[in-house]
Design a protein around this ligand. Structure first.
Ligand SMILES: Cc1cc2nc3c(=O)[nH]c(=O)nc-3n(C[C@H](O)[C@H](O)[C@H](O)COP(=O)(O)OP(=O)(O)OC[C@H]3O[C@@H](n4cnc5c(N)ncnc54)[C@H](O)[C@@H]3O)c2cc1C
Length: 401
């Protein structure tokens, strides 16, 4: 950006937005810095919501920074405030009836849980999980003998099922797909996760569609195709998210892949506006298509990365996708971006033992790797994915990488 930047506004007070604010100060930016966010809390990291918080090990998530850090660094955080409009022509953001001018603007508005368009979806007792308040409300219902139904066997569903079992609730998890997590890890690796949940007492119903939620004043059962309704006191719907891109669309910014289209420097179609985190559909030098990633590391790293570009640099973001999950005594890390329907699966170790590394090979290079309960190879796996060098399936199976 050629003009001096003296006022930066960040919309979305969560991981992406707060990481950018802190990085701006680290990089010496001493102009005005305002972070506006809908949630009442200071910015926090969401992964503990479905893990330590849901398990009852603690009541707070990981805060991105202490309250004092923001005041020490003269970062104005405005929680509990929703930005209602952006006027790029005037370089103005509207929030709570007040106009806030900017020189540069960062959108980090993230995503909201998708709801099922079925009867009873709004009944009391039917929850989605995105915020700390959601997590505490759901957890309070996970009691010994509670009847919990999880709709959707994705990452959130699987982690919440594991937490509910820890509280000794009876858990049914329902998904229309053939295996849990199938879209990301495919049928074979998904089968290992199915075994994990069944071994921990989850009644896993796969290939089953949810027709609606029964009950008068509160949910009492989940209606499913081809079987009796499943009794439920509590339902957690984890069927993916929709990005919060309404502001960007209304402001006329280009969109792509369900998000805000940005170039490799994370800049939108407006040269003063950038986007990071779950909403950013960005060009990536390693992929022939835009990439939009809904994971913790992406929001954190893009937030930190975009700071320099907000201040006038034009450095591309090149990190490959990364995420992690914890369920019961299983922990895993996934690096890269594979298409399990198209890429060849190679497994080092034994899927059933739940100590293995899965590789997805494309044109003899590792498109993605996932280590499960194995923690020694993280750096080597990252190199394999980053370098995209030719490698043989035999070498991967034998651990020669
Ligand atoms: C329960 C849970 C567990 C997760 N676990 C993992 C995990 O184990 N590993 C992993 O890699 N990822 C995990 N994730 C995903 C990860 O948390 C997200 O990718 C990350 O939070 C995205 O950060 P973000 O800053 O882009 O958006 P968000 O975290 O969604 O934050 C966006 C913020 O913007 C606010 N906002 C939206 N619109 C406006 C507006 N108009 N005005 C003001 N504010 C607005 C929202 O209220 C929100 O606070 C998990 C997510 C959840 C919900």
């Amino acid at each position: 950006m050629s003009v001096a930047v003296r006022k930066i506004i960040i919309v979305g007070a969560s991981l992406g937005g707060a990481s950018a604010a802190l990085a701006l100060r680290e990089q010496g930016y001493d102009g005005e810095l305002l972070v506006i966010g809908t949630e009442a809390h200071l910015p926090y990291e969401r992964p503990p919501l479905s893990k330590a918080v849901m398990l009852g090990e603690r009541d707070e998530p990981d805060w991105v920074a202490e309250r004092k850090t923001y005041s020490d660094q003269d970062i104005a955080v405005m929680p509990g405030t929703t930005v209602t409009r952006i006027r790029p022509g005037d370089r103005m953001v509207e929030a709570a009836g007040v106009d806030h001018p900017y020189d540069a603007l960062l959108l980090a508005t993230g995503a909201s849980p998708r709801r099922l368009a079925v009867p009873g979806a709004d009944l009391p007792g039917v929850f989605t999980l995105r915020t700390l308040d959601d997590a505490l409300a759901i957890r309070s219902r996970f009691t010994d003998g509670a009847r919990v139904v999880i709709v959707g066997a994705g990452w959130i569903g699987c982690e919440v099922a594991a937490a509910a079992r820890r509280h000794n609730a009876s858990v049914t998890m329902i998904d229309p797909a053939a295996q849990p997590l199938v879209r990301v890890v495919g049928v074979e690796v998904g089968g290992a996760f199915a075994g994990l949940h069944r071994d921990h007492g989850v009644d896993l119903r796969l290939g089953v569609g949810v027709l609606g939620f029964d009950g008068d004043n509160r949910v009492t059962a989940v209606a499913v195709a081809g079987a009796d309704p499943v009794p439920a006191d509590t339902v957690v719907v984890g069927v993916g998210v929709q990005t919060n891109i309404g502001l960007a669309v209304e402001a006329g910014l280009e969109t792509a892949d369900g998000g805000v289209a940005v170039d490799a420097t994370l800049r939108t179609s407006d040269r003063r506006i950038y986007a990071v985190g779950d909403i950013a559909a960005h060009d990536h030098p390693a992929y022939p298509h835009r990439v939009r990633v809904e994971h913790w590391a992406n929001a954190k790293d893009q937030g930190r990365h975009v700071a320099q570009n907000l201040l006038g640099a034009a450095v591309p973001f090149t990190a490959r996708p990364f995420f992690f999950s914890d369920q019961y005594d299983l922990g895993c890390e996934y690096r890269g971006l594979a298409d399990p329907e198209r890429d060849d699966l190679v497994v080092r170790g034994d899927l059933n033992s739940r100590e293995f590394t899965a590789f997805w090979l494309r044109n003899s290079t590792v498109a993605a790797a996932m280590n499960v309960n194995q923690w020694d190879d993280g750096d080597a796996l990252q190199r394999l994915v980053d370098d995209a060098a030719a490698v043989s399936a035999d070498d991967l199976r034998a651990g020669r990488f």
